[in-house]
Write a protein that binds this ligand. Structure first.
Ligand code: FES
Length: 281
């Protein structure tokens, strides 16, 4: 059992959980993830580590409610126990002195790009962080992000903050940055990473994505996270989750990610139905 220190909504439908997990906090590296089971009866969900504090023995994850299990996690209050937190899992993000790195995040990727940018900056890279959201009310961690980069660029689709645009504005944004981009790292939903990779491909910029696949064990045993990268079969949990975005078979990733969509939505539909019945009754 792992003590939940904090679990709060930071923007609509997006939560930040801080969990006591000293061994994971002591070993965590940028780009790794944990597998969480909110209760003994819950399914297992992979969540990227957004931050950690080895001295306090805590790890932070930012997650969106997309189905039953994330809903169960959001329902836990500070002081409750989380049944399972396994990790740190996956390979750390490749680190080095790459020059000018654009760290791009959308949705929960706004949080998971933070430790990556922090370490790249500490290693002496020039770091530009680009965050993308539908509207300004979906942005979070802006001060925290600013503290680990040379410039923070905000894009909103409705123009309520920063530049008006979408992930397909990346080439135009890159031309506005003080230096050419040597490497792009994109975190967020698979669509954002796929589109971002398509934008950087003609520019010849090496682009690393952190795949969101279904996972069960997270240790290479079940095969659920299978994907194809550069024509070869990979397991996102042990071979990744970071891959060259220009080499990923995105059609397959999208298809496999949606394999259980109907089952994932069923509990939400049932609750909505119960709610409607209550209202009518
Ligand atoms: Fe089971 Fe990757 S999650 S092999």
């Amino acid at each position: 059992m792992f003590l939940l220190i904090e679990n709060k909504m930071i923007v609509p439908n997006m939560y930040q959980a801080v969990i006591s997990a000293p061994e994971i906090a002591a070993a965590a590296q940028a780009g790794q993830f944990v597998i969480i089971r909110p209760t003994e009866e819950s399914e297992r969900i992979p969540l990227s580590l957004s931050d950690w504090d080895a001295a306090r023995g805590t790890v932070s994850v930012v997650y969106m409610i997309v189905g039953k299990t994330t809903g169960q996690l959001a329902a836990l209050v500070a002081g409750a126990n989380v049944a399972t937190v396994a990790g740190p899992l996956g390979n750390p993000m490749e680190m080095g002195h790459f020059g000018h790195v654009a760290c791009i995040g959308g949705c929960y990727g706004i949080a998971s790009i933070y430790p990556v940018a922090r370490q790249l900056k500490a290693l002496g890279n020039r770091v530009s962080i680009i965050v993308e959201a539908r509207s300004s009310y979906l942005l979070f961690w802006q001060q925290k992000l600013k503290s680990v980069c040379d410039e923070l660029v905000v894009i909103t689709r409705d123009g309520s903050k920063g530049l008006t645009g979408h992930i397909n504005s990346l080439p135009a944004i890159f031309t506005k940055l003080p230096l050419p981009v040597d490497r792009a790292i994109i975190n967020g939903c698979n669509y954002l990473m796929m589109r971002g990779s398509e934008e950087t491909r003609p520019l010849g910029i090496r682009t690393i994505v952190s795949l969101n696949t279904l996972m069960i064990d997270g240790t290479g045993m079940c095969g659920v996270c299978r994907c194809t990268v550069g024509g070869a079969t990979k397991f996102a949990c042990v071979d990744g989750p970071h891959f060259d975005g220009h080499e990923v078979n995105w059609d397959e990733v999208t298809r496999r990610r949606q394999a259980y969509l109907r089952e994932e939505l069923q509990p939400l539909r049932s609750s909505a139905g119960e709610f409607a019945n209550l209202e009518q009754g």
